[in-house]
Ligand binder design. Structure first.
Ligand SMILES: [Zn+2]
Length: 502
């Protein structure tokens, strides 16, 4: 008899169904795995053999062959241990073949038969659902993650024995079901930096609220010590809670890195250092994994001191910023990961940091300043809607009072306003304002006559490029949404003009 179980292998963001066949023949005892298995799968033989024996089952003293199909796709990962073990138990008559019908298995086995959590549980579960399978059996630690996908049964096991006793009906394990507690975001207790805690910087704080409300990429320019990093970090507390769909996608990406088996309920805030490798930023590698730009999906990618990042990395950001996903070429073909992030970046005005500072003198030459500016390419700047100059807060102001200013609203207050503005955009155009095309923003702008006149004369006077013109329009639309105004008036245009690149 030939036993058969299902599993999945992960290619980029998604999985492919894998059939695992087991054949047991008379002859000298051996155990081989065929079908383009990688090193981790090759090592599965030792883990599976020990796990079966140490769980009190019998490992056949015959020729055992495992075939994984389709043969032309590399089978990557340690999660094939469980489906291989189940196929062997089935073929050797220790489990009825019908017991595994309609089930996909995934799990890494320890030598003692314990199941260890795996990478890509959500991509694997999705594959099972697409293939029309009814149940996914996997390590209990991954069960909640997998249960983010509805309309498929998830059963989590602690050991190989648990899985077998469930399949024989001797000890049924209940399906894992998510409660609201599992996916609820407790934002208020998780805010690191509240807007109310930042002294001064009123323009920058206002710009941050606008950027959050329209998903606009934003660049803070200013000397060291101006609080640019603090401002960027405050953004985490301003963005709306993740939707269920977003929780699913954020968790799915994170689970592909092996760094968590939890459900991710917090909007990502990724702050990779400028020395991070190209692959860790963009994604890829010999064993492909999502990069920082994908780990920031539905959240914030914070690049502190933008000009310090390698040119190659900055250029590689352009396409994902346009397409909201990143394509990765590998020897085995192309794969892609989602990368819909909001870019928040900072820069100094010059290499020494004090160009234009009222109290400290800049020591850079004109050439040094120009070269520094050139490190951020035009096309990348084109994709940044708002540029805000931040100056140092005078020492006096910082020390003025220890208590927070009563007039400064806290992040929770602004988050509610921002969420309302985002909801408006969702209802109106199914996307944030930042994602609007030039054509679409023109029809949705609703400029009053005087606002149009102001924008046109400013465009002429300031020699705005077409791109800058539409950026101003989009930012003005977001300000109008925050003001709960159907029209864009003069006040929204003149405020939006402040945030353009000078
Ligand atoms: Zn300088």
């Amino acid at each position: 008899m030939i036993g058969k179980t299902y599993s999945a292998t992960i290619v980029g963001y998604d999985g492919t169904l894998v059939e695992i066949e087991c054949d047991i023949k008379k002859g000298l005892p051996s155990f081989s795995v065929v079908g383009l298995a990688d090193k981790a799968v090759g090592e599965a033989r030792e883990r599976v053999r020990s796990a079966i024996i140490n769980s009190g089952f019998q490992f056949p003293a015959k020729r055992v062959t495992i075939n994984m199909a389709p043969a032309d796709i590399t089978k990557d990962g340690t999660h094939f241990d469980l489906p291989i073990a189940i196929a062997i138990l089935q073929t050797s008559g220790q489990l009825l073949p019908s017991a595994t019908n309609g089930t996909l298995f995934a799990g890494e086995l320890g030598l003692n038969g314990k199941l260890r959590s795996i990478r890509g549980a959500l991509a694997i579960t999705e594959t099972a659902k697409k293939a029309g399978l009814k149940t996914v059996a996997l390590p209990v630690k991954n069960a909640k993650q997998a249960a983010l996908l509805s309309k498929i049964n998830i059963v989590g096991f602690t050991t190989l024995t648990d899985a077998v006793l469930h399949l024989t009906g001797e000890n049924i394990v209940k399906n894992t079901i998510l409660s609201n507690d599992d996916i609820e975001q407790r934002n208020d207790t998780e805010i690191d930096i509240d807007l109310a805690d930042i002294k001064g910087q009123e323009t920058a704080k206002r710009a941050l609220v606008i950027a959050a409300a329209g998903h606009h990429n934003i660049l803070f320019s200013g000397p060291p010590g101006a609080g640019k990093t603090m401002l960027a970090k405050a953004l985490a507390g301003l963005l709306p809670a993740l939707t269920k769909r977003e929780i699913f996608e954020v968790t799915k990406v994170r689970s592909l890195t092996n760094s968590t088996d939890k459900v991710m309920t917090k909007r990502p805030f990724r702050a990779p250092h400028h020395t991070a490798s190209h692959i860790s930023m963009i994604g890829g590698g010999s064993r492909p994994s999502p990069g920082e730009i994908s780990l920031a999906h539905h959240g914030v990618l914070f690049l502190d001191e933008l000009p310090e990042y390698p040119r190659q990395t900055l250029e590689a950001l352009r396409q994902p910023m346009e397409d909201k996903k990143v394509q990765i070429s590998r020897s085995a073909g192309k794969s892609s990961y989602p990368a819909n992030f909001m870019l928040v970046a900072t820069k100094n005005p010059c290499p020494c940091g004090f160009f234009g500072d009222p109290t400290k003198e800049c020591i850079c030459s004109q050439t040094q300043i120009l070269n520094y500016e050139k490190r951020i390419s035009g096309p990348l700047l084109d994709r940044i809607d708002m540029v805000v100059n931040v100056s140092r807060v005078p020492q006096k102001e910082l020390l003025a009072d220890e208590k927070p200013n009563k007039n400064t609203k806290n992040s929770a207050y602004y988050r509610e306003k921002i969420t309302q503005a985002r909801d408006k955009q969702q209802q109106r155009q199914k996307s944030p304002n930042a994602a609007l095309s030039s054509k679409k923003i023109t029809t949705l702008a609703n400029l009053t006559d005087s606002a149009r006149k102001l924008l046109d004369s400013a465009a002429e006077k300031l020699e705005l490029s077409a791109r800058s013109y539409f950026k101003v329009l989009k930012v003005a639309r977001t300000i109008a949404d925050l003001n709960d105004s159907a029209n864009i008036t003069e006040s929204e245009i003149s405020e939006a003009l402040q945030y353009r690149q000078q």
